[in-house]
Design a protein around this ligand. Structure first.
Ligand code: N2P
Length: 372
C-alpha cells in the first residue's frame, strides 16, 4: 500500500472512530444510570418514573434540605452525582470554584422553553447562562396558621408587615405558645434578618451585619424549632403556628392540611416589604460520571408538561414559558405561587455571596441557635 493511501485510510478510520465516539456517542455509551441530588419535597410522583420508563435510565434520587450540606459535598468532590440542584447564590460559589461543568445547550432542544426574564436574572450570577438551568423558584417568607396566630395575638391586630410576626418580640413572644419554627440554615436566617433591617439580604458590607446578632438574640427565646423540611408537617398538623420557610413548602403544608382534613388554615404570607427570592438550579458537577444522561434529564425537565407537573405538585413557580397551559388553575391562580408584577417588584432578588460573608453568616447563626 502506498503511503498516501495508508494516510487516507488512517484519516477515514479516525473520522469514523470520531463519529462513533464523539459527544453524542459518548452519551449513548454511558451506563444507564443517573444520580440526582435535589431538595426534599421538590418533585412530582411521576417525574422520575416517566423519565426512567422513556429512557431506560435508572435514577438514584437523594435529597437534602439546605445548601450548606450540598456545598460541603461538592467541595469534597467525587459525589457520584450527575445532577445537583443548589440555589443560585450558592451555585455561583461552586461555578467560581471550578466545581461545575458547562451545560452543552446543543444537547438540550427544550432549552428554548426557558423564560428570558428568568434567564436574565440567573445571568447576573451565571454570566451567559453557562452553568445553571432553573428547576423551580420561590421565596423565603413567613407562613402562618391563620386561626392559631389570630387567637394567640388576642386583641393585638395582625401587623402591617408580616415579618414583624417573626422579628418583633411583641408579636413572636405571643406565638411561642403555639410553636415557632425557623429554617435551619445560616444563609436563610441571616439574609431574612438583614432584609428586615432594611439591608440587602446578601450584603457584602461587614458593617451591615452589626445589628443582626442583637435582632436575632431578641427573638431567640421564642423560637421552638429549627427545621428546613419537617416544619411542613408541623404546620399541616397544627403543632406550630409560625414558620420562617419556603413559599412552596408552606403551600404544601396548606394542601396537606386540606387533604388530611386537619382543620388547620395555613397561609404563605407576602410581606409588605417582600420575601427573598431564590432560584434553585440544575447543575452538573465537574466530575459527574454521566454528563450525557444529565443533559437528557435536563432536557426532559424542560418539557412544558413535566415542568408544569412540578409546579402542580410543590407550588413553586417554574421558568418554563410554554408550561402555563399545563399548570392547574388552582395553582396558577394562587397569588403566592406565580407572583403578580406588583408582588414580584417587592421581592429581594438573589445575589452572590462570597466565602467571607458565608463565614460571617455562619458565625452569627451558630451563636443565635445555640443561644450564646
Ligand atoms: C423544597 C425547598 C426548596 C426551596 N422543599 C429552597 N431553595
Amino acid at each position: 500500500m502506498k503511503l498516501s493511501t495508508l494516510r487516507t485510510v488512517t484519516t477515514l478510520l479516525a473520522a469514523s472512530v470520531g463519529l462513533l465516539f464523539g459527544p453524542a456517542a459518548q452519551a449513548q455509551e454511558e451506563e444507564k444510570i443517573l444520580n440526582v441530588y435535589n431538595w426534599s419535597d421538590y418533585i412530582a410522583e411521576d417525574t422520575i418514573k416517566n423519565f426512567e420508563k422513556e429512557t431506560g435510565i435508572k435514577v438514584r434520587y437523594d435529597s437534602f434540605d439546605n445548601n450548606e450540606i450540598v456545598h460541603a459535598k461538592l467541595v469534597a468532590g467525587k459525589t457520584g452525582y450527575d445532577i445537583v440542584v443548589p440555589s443560585s447564590y450558592w451555585a455561583k460559589l461552586q461555578a467560581d470554584g471550578g466545581l461545575l461543568r458547562k451545560i452543552d445547550k446543543s444537547q438540550i432542544p427544550n432549552y428554548k422553553n426557558l423564560d428570558p426574564d428568568v434567564q436574565a436574572t440567573l445571568a447576573k450570577l451565571d454570566p451567559g447562562n453557562e452553568f445553571f438551568v432553573n428547576w423551580l423558584w420561590g421565596y423565603t417568607t413567613v407562613g402562618i396558621n391563620v386561626d392559631k396566630v389570630k387567637a394567640a395575638l388576642g386583641s393585638t391586630p395582625m401587623p402591617d408587615n408580616a415579618w414583624d410576626l417573626l422579628f418583633k418580640p411583641e408579636y413572636i413572644s405571643k406565638l411561642k405558645s403555639c410553636g415557632v419554627s425557623m429554617l435551619d440554615s445560616a444563609t436563610e436566617v441571616v439574609p431574612a434578618a438583614l432584609h428586615y433591617l432594611g439591608k440587602p439580604p446578601y450584603t457584602k458590607s461587614v458593617a451591615d451585619f452589626a445589628q443582626v446578632p442583637g435582632l436575632l438574640k431578641s427573638i431567640r427565646p421564642y423560637v421552638t424549632l429549627f427545621s428546613s423540611s419537617g416544619y411542613i408537617n408541623d404546620l399541616a398538623n397544627g403543632s406550630i403556628c409560625l414558620a420562617l420557610g419556603f413559599s412552596g413548602d408552606i403551600n404544601i403544608a396548606r394542601q396537606r392540611a386540606i387533604d388530611g382534613k386537619t382543620g388547620q388554615n395555613i397561609q404563605a404570607l407576602i410581606p409588605k416589604t417582600g420575601g427573598i427570592i431564590f432560584m434553585d438550579v440544575m447543575v452538573i458537577p465537574a466530575d459527574a460520571p454521566r454528563p450525557g444522561n444529565a443533559h437528557k434529564f435536563i432536557n426532559y425537565i424542560l418539557r412544558p408538561e413535566v415542568h408544569a407537573g412540578l409546579s402542580n405538585k410543590v407550588f413553586y413557580a417554574n421558568p418554563n414559558k410554554e408550561s402555563k397551559k399545563f399548570v392547574k388553575p388552582e395553582v396558577a391562580n394562587n397569588p403566592s405561587v406565580f407572583l403578580s408584577d406588583a408582588d414580584l417588584k417587592k421581592m429581594a432578588a438573589p445575589d452572590a455571596i462570597n466565602n467571607d460573608i458565608r463565614r460571617q453568616m455562619t458565625r452569627i447563626y451558630t451563636s443565635f441557635k445555640t443561644g450564646l
